[in-house]
Design a protein around this ligand. Structure first.
Ligand SMILES: Cc1cc2nc3c(=O)[nH]c(=O)nc-3n(C[C@H](O)[C@H](O)[C@H](O)COP(=O)(O)O)c2cc1C
Length: 177
């Protein structure tokens, strides 16, 4: 797909058809995601692809306070674990402004969502999640951080591609010359 079209088509999809996502598709999306740049090439992430019957179970981890109810019908998820090196931990502690890992996770997420869209799959980035429940579900140590989860599936038939709702460009852009 042409890059501009991809940017316009990618949107938060909150209604999914029953069509399943294959394990191979999830692997391919994560392989492309892993090409994202990161500070000092630290790649402070691990991606867990959750598919099939397990996805239904997992959806409860992103439904705190009654949020994301639609996620029960989403066929797959990618949970992103924050996997920072000791050095990055120290930098983040000492200079709170240097949260490089947070930026890195954002970049990874952008790569993942665009890779999925390019493969004809839709996504929704989920910041509302219960990290403790996710760690339990995945068998990871308590306290492990999961900054983002990405819902992946096929949009329900007829689900519209919405006009982008964005600030006026003049508000967010200034040319200096
Ligand atoms: C860090 C982050 C967290 C988000 N968390 C949620 C969420 O928990 N549930 C949800 O439905 N959408 C969530 N979204 C989607 C945003 O609401 C959405 O990206 C934004 O409104 C722009 O709409 P668009 O993605 O359709 O272009 C999140 C997006 C980001 C980037």
């Amino acid at each position: 797909m042409e890059l501009e079209q991809l940017y316009l088509k990618r949107q938060s999809t909150r209604k999914y058809s029953g069509e399943e996502v294959t394990d191979g598709q999830l692997e391919e999306i994560c392989k492309l995601g892993a090409l994202a740049p990161s500070a000092k090439n630290s790649q402070p992430w691990k991606m867990f692809a959750i598919n099939g019957a397990k996805a239904k179970e997992f959806s409860a981890c992103v439904q705190m306070f009654g949020a994301n109810k639609w996620a029960s019908n989403c066929p797959a998820f990618i949970a992103v674990e924050l996997n920072r090196s000791k050095l990055e931990e120290k930098i983040a502690e000492r200079f709170t402004f240097a949260d490089f890992a947070g930026n890195d996770i954002g970049l990874l997420t952008a790569y993942i969502t665009l890779a999925a869209e390019n493969m004809g799959l839709q996504t929704c980035i989920l910041g509302i999640r219960n990290e403790k429940e996710i760690a339990d579900f995945l068998g990871e140590p308590e306290g492990t951080k999961f900054p983002l989860v990405i819902a992946v599936g096929h949009a329900e038939e007829g689900y519209p591609v919405r006009e982008k709702d964005r600030k006026p460009f003049e508000e967010v852009f200034k040319l200096i010359k």
